[in-house]
Write a protein that binds this ligand. Structure first.
Ligand code: PLP
Length: 385
């Protein structure tokens, strides 16, 4: 009999909350609200449209936005593409310069690279060692032709939190729009579009106990973007395609729970995070990456002297954890996020990301620490033998 590993990879994806799964199941079958929400000629279509609009309100409520500012997408990847490419193309006559950072998610970095192919210019800011972009660095990079700044709220490998207020204010002072990838931030930190200087915000359901395959882009009223996906003109022309009623109901329910339970979720995560940090500090030759700035409690990136992360993950077979490194056929490349904050290659390769969430228990943190302690001892003994 095989048992599933202990799940400590919540930053990669979260399990769907059972309360969300239950709502989703009501929108699939003949007895449920399965109809096409764009069907205007019958009651079934109207009911499905109501489900979509309820979801839209639940998502907008979490971020202090108006429901009409929410554009459904397939996830944060598509939202990032739509924000960067859709905005730069729509405003190319005003300027061709985009600013982002070198440790953004690939959805942003690869969109920026695609824009460079189209003739746009991109500046990739170097973050501080604590994983945040300093407002001063952004200010120095702003140019008259800068029309968009894209920086993430919470880094998915480090858990570091950017000062969105300060960064967005600088973008606005220079007449540039500000896009924020908030995939890891929803339900963790305050996101209030009614008072924050943010023009576009990418969201994903599956990082917040909703289903994979659904997300949204918040687009502040009056912000013009070009569609990337053309079709029936859904979502006020910004994103065509039949809306997935069950996915939207799931994301809405997940974000509504995130709203109600943000305080208790975060208190639980703080407690687990502290326990894990205390445990790590008792293990020899261990350090925590990107310390010193604001941080979410549930993502801890730690390094282990004298071992390589991939080897340690192999030895930790009972734990579902990850490194940010990419395996090529010939070699292993360290995480671009860790090298991006200035870590030497060998320290980056000795690092692992641990992330936990709503369903993690204190016994699991203790068990993870115990497994780590055993794995480190056996790896280091083997090496010194
Ligand atoms: C997971 C993640 C994404 C991608 O979101 P999907 O919904 O899986 O497309 C983008 N940005 C960040 C920071 C993420 O953590």
């Amino acid at each position: 009999m095989s048992t599933m590993p202990l799940y400590l990879d919540y930053a990669a994806t979260t399990p769907v909350d059972p309360r969300v799964a239950e709502v989703m199941a009501r929108h699939l079958t003949l007895e449920g609200t399965f109809a096409n929400p764009a069907s205007r000629s019958h009651m079934s279509g109207w009911l499905a449209e109501q489900v979509v609009e309820t979801g839209r309100r639940q998502v907008s409520d979490l971020i202090g936005a108006d429901p009409r500012e929410i554009v459904w997408t397939s996830g944060a990847t598509e939202a990032d593409n739509l924000a960067l490419i859709g905005y730069m193309r729509a405003h190319r006559a005003r300027g061709r310069h985009l600013i982002t950072s070198s440790i953004e998610h690939k959805a942003v970095l690869d969109s920026a690279a695609a824009l460079e192919q189209e003739g746009f210019e991109v500046t990739y800011l170097a973050p501080c060692a604590n994983g945040t972009v300093s407002p001063e660095t952004l200010r120095e990079a702003m140019r008259p032709e800068t029309i968009l700044v894209s920086l993430m709220a919470v880094n998915n490998e480090l858990g570091s939190i950017n000062d969105l207020q300060a960064l967005g204010t600088i973008a606005a002072e220079h007449g540039a729009a500000f896009h924020v990838d908030a995939a890891q931030a929803a339900g963790r930190i305050e996101l209030d579009m009614s008072r924050m200087p943010i023009d576009m915000l990418s969201l994903s359901a599956h990082k917040a106990y909703g289903p994979k395959g659904i997300g949204a882009l918040y687009v502040r009223r009056g912000t013009r973007i070009e569609a990337l996906i053309h079709g029936g003109g859904h979502e006020r022309g910004m994103r065509s395609g039949t809306l997935p009623t069950h996915q939207i109901a799931g994301m809405g329910q997940a974000f509504s729970l995130a709203h109600e339970e943000q305080a208790s979720d975060n208190a639980h995560l703080e407690m687990l995070g502290q326990r894990f940090r205390d445990g790590l500090s008792r293990l020899e030759g261990t350090w925590i990456n990107a310390e010193g700035g604001a941080h979410v409690p549930n993502i801890i990136n730690a390094g282990f002297e004298g071992v390589d992360g991939e080897g340690l993950i192999m030895a930790l077979r009972g734990l579902a954890v990850s490194t940010g490194s990419a395996c090529n056929s010939a070699s292993v490349d360290p995480s671009y996020v860790l090298t991006g904050i200035g870590m030497p290659r060998e320290r980056a390769l000795a690092s692992i990301r641990f992330s936990f969430g709503r369903f993690s228990r204190i016994e699991e943190i203790d068990q993870a620490l115990e497994s780590l302690s055993n794995a480190l001892e056996s790896l280091r003994t083997r090496q010194s033998a």
